[in-house]
Design a protein around this ligand. Structure first.
Ligand code: GLC
Length: 624
């Protein structure tokens, strides 16, 4: 009997241990690489360690022959507008990547260089890449699987150029849509940001960072970048701007820690759960303290409490905002607070020398340097960069699928699922493909640059034919209709007389960061005129808004028989016409509240004290 009892007990014990281990076994954590890291760290001089913490712009350091070796540079970036000297092409980017690796391998320890870029809606710096919808549109899909797949394809197109690190996903939770970076956020709702942010990291990094098709993700901007208080006080160091110019970007997030955790932290918790290898602290301040200077935020909460095992990369010269009059003091404060790598585009030499002095003066302990370098090297080992059996060169066989029709089909699906049908009187939509004539008008009717918005080829993006591939709305309408249907176009809405119906494609021109901070979100006069001109032809009018955020549309609402929001859909305009012509029954739901007037702003679902009375509420979206 006893024997039988023992065997049952053994089985239970084994089962319990199995269940326990499967519940607690996290993906292979970055700290699991510490044995290899420790062995390398012990060989490194102080200069070699500081070099790993120094990230210049590629063009800055490469234009100073020998600097990659002299400063033991461990990472470079291409920020906005930092293209290969040979021009913007898949080949030129790939050649640039290979050259950076060659330069990096000339140092004694031959530690490969970690190259970072803002591939924030596809590999968006590179001509011919598929430009996916920006996060504001993806938030309207509520589709984590789709977002993960977009991450996977973005990683694949990045790896075609060799680059293995993107400064994304942005897991900001914008609370005031007057902020120029609203469109980089999935939603005003922390819960949506949490699960879509996690999906984005999983898509980019995959289940194994060493997979040649995986890339390192970077959750940003930690923390509360989207919760700053709007002000008209001139921002120090920035051009004053016209009277009443509004500032939100890089501003101050005024709230207690409980509110900060409730609204702005969820995306980072999810990203860490997904194994994110890097996080970028925000330019902004929390109750007056620069995030880049906050030991509470960078070390106590992120590294100690949440167990983040990767490394912190500063924003672009963000460290120097800590004390604009004293660069060396700023470096000391930020590194001691927990910053691990400094994005110092042109001032990399001074950073290197200042930090070296700080360590020699005992103002930055070697233990802090070793922790920072350990974190950086963990990621390089996890990425497989340190695997000597692997070439550090880009895999040019991936050029075959770069910008491919399969990748574009995914972007088209994402657009279909992101378009929000806000109004549809008299079943104006869907449009028959057999109607006699459709007149298409507006600033964004035939404009890939407006469809893509900021962070596209150029930092600020660019209106017009900013990149090849894809289709404008006008091109997509022409491709969708039958041969019996005539499609005509005017920029201003004139010439619609006799058409079956008109389509007005209006909204915003591209912008990025604080350049997009706006006090007045009203439609511009040109857009209002387009809708009125179409309506004066006595025909049904479909209005499609292409913008980085909800806009004040009251002026044209009565004239719009149907109204849709596509936000910033990217290159594949057919995703929009799939909805317009009913090939896809719209499912998009607003991920931001749509206000009636500027006076209501800020307006979002996290403000119980405010009378919530938007034109279209968070979650609104009609179907056919
Ligand atoms: C910018 C942005 C950040 C970006 C970085 C590199 O200033 O704030 O989102 O990743 O610089 O381009």
């Amino acid at each position: 009997m006893k024997k039988a009892f023992m065997s049952v007990a053994t089985i239970i014990l084994v089962l319990c241990s199995f269940i326990f281990s499967s519940c607690t076994s996290s993906p292979k954590g970055l700290a699991s690489f510490d044995p290899q890291v420790k062995e390398l760290l012990e060989k490194m001089t102080l200069e070699e360690k500081i070099g790993q913490m120094t990230q210049p712009e590629q063009d800055q350091v490469l234009s100073n022959p020998g600097d990659m070796q002299k400063y033991f540079i461990g990472s470079v970036l291409s920020g906005g507008n930092s293209d290969p000297a040979e021009g913007n092409s898949l080949e030129a980017w790939t050649d640039l990547y290979d050259r950076v690796q060659e330069e990096g391998m000339k140092t004694g320890l031959k530690i490969p260089v970690l190259y970072g870029i803002d591939a924030v809606h596809g590999h968006s710096n590179v001509l011919g890449a598929v430009m996916f919808p920006h996060n504001i549109a993806l938030g309207c899909t509520r589709d984590a699987e789709l977002v993960e797949e977009i991450g996977r394809i973005t990683a694949k197109e990045m790896r075609a150029t060799g680059i293995p690190w993107t400064f994304g996903p942005c897991v900001t939770v914008p609370q005031d849509i007057r902020w120029g970076r609203t469109y980089e956020g999935f939603s005003e709702d922390p819960a949506i940001v949490r699960y879509l942010g996690k999906a984005a990291v999983l898509g980019l990094q995959g289940s194994d960072l060493s997979n040649p098709l995986s890339v390192l993700a970077c959750a940003k901007h930690y923390v509360g970048d989207g919760g700053t208080t709007a002000t008209t006080d001139p921002r120090p160091g920035f051009p004053a701007g016209p009277e009443g110019r509004l500032w939100l970007d890089q501003g101050d997030t005024e709230m207690d820690e409980a509110a900060l955790r409730r609204i702005h932290l969820p995306g980072y918790i999810a990203a860490i759960e997904a194994g994110v290898g890097s996080i970028m602290p925000s330019y902004s301040t929390w109750n007056g303290v620069r995030c880049s200077a906050s030991k509470r935020l960078l070390t106590e909460i992120l590294k100690e409490e949440l167990g983040f095992e990767g490394f912190l990369i500063s924003d672009y010269n963000a460290i120097y905002q800590i004390d604009p009059k004293n660069a060396k003091k700023s470096i000391m404060i930020s590194i001691n607070a927990g910053m691990d790598m400094a994005m110092v585009p042109s001032g990399y030499r001074d950073f290197f020398n200042d930090l070296k002095e700080l360590v020699e003066e005992g103002k930055v302990p070697m233990s802090r340097i070793d922790d920072a370098v350990t974190r950086i090297l963990r990621v390089k080992f996890a990425l497989g960069l340190m695997d000597e059996s692997r070439s550090q060169k880009a895999d040019r066989s991936l050029h075959r699928d770069f910008g491919s029709s399969e990748h574009r089909a995914l972007a088209r699906e994402a657009i279909r699922k992101s378009v929000v049908l806000l109004k549809n009187d008299n079943q104006t939509l869907p449009i028959s493909k057999e109607v006699a004539r459709i007149h298409v008008s507006g600033k964004s009717a035939d404009n890939i640059g407006n469809q893509c918005g900021g962070w596209t080829i150029l930092w600020q993006g660019k209106t017009g034919n900013v990149t090849p591939g894809g289709a404008t709305v006008l091109e997509a309408v022409k491709a969708a209709v039958s041969t019996n249907t005539k499609v005509t176009y005017s920029l201003d809405g004139m010439g619609a007389d006799g058409a079956t119906l008109g389509i007005a494609v209006i909204g915003e021109l591209p912008y990025a960061e604080g350049i997009g901070d706006r006090a007045d979100l009203s439609l511009d006069a040109q857009d209002i005129a387009v809708v009125n001109n179409l309506k004066s032809a006595g025909i049904p009018v479909v209005v499609l808004v292409i913008s980085g955020r909800p806009l004040i549309v009251n002026e044209i609402l009565p004239q719009a028989d149907a109204l849709l929001a596509a936000f910033l859909p990217g290159t594949e305009g057919q995703g929009i016409t799939d909805v317009l012509f009913g090939d896809y029954n719209p499912t998009g739901k607003l991920s931001f509240s749509w206000p009636k007037s500027n006076d209501q702003l800020p307006l979002n679902i996290n403000m119980p004290e405010v009378d919530y009375d938007p034109l279209f509420p968070f979650g609104h979206g009609l179907s056919y």
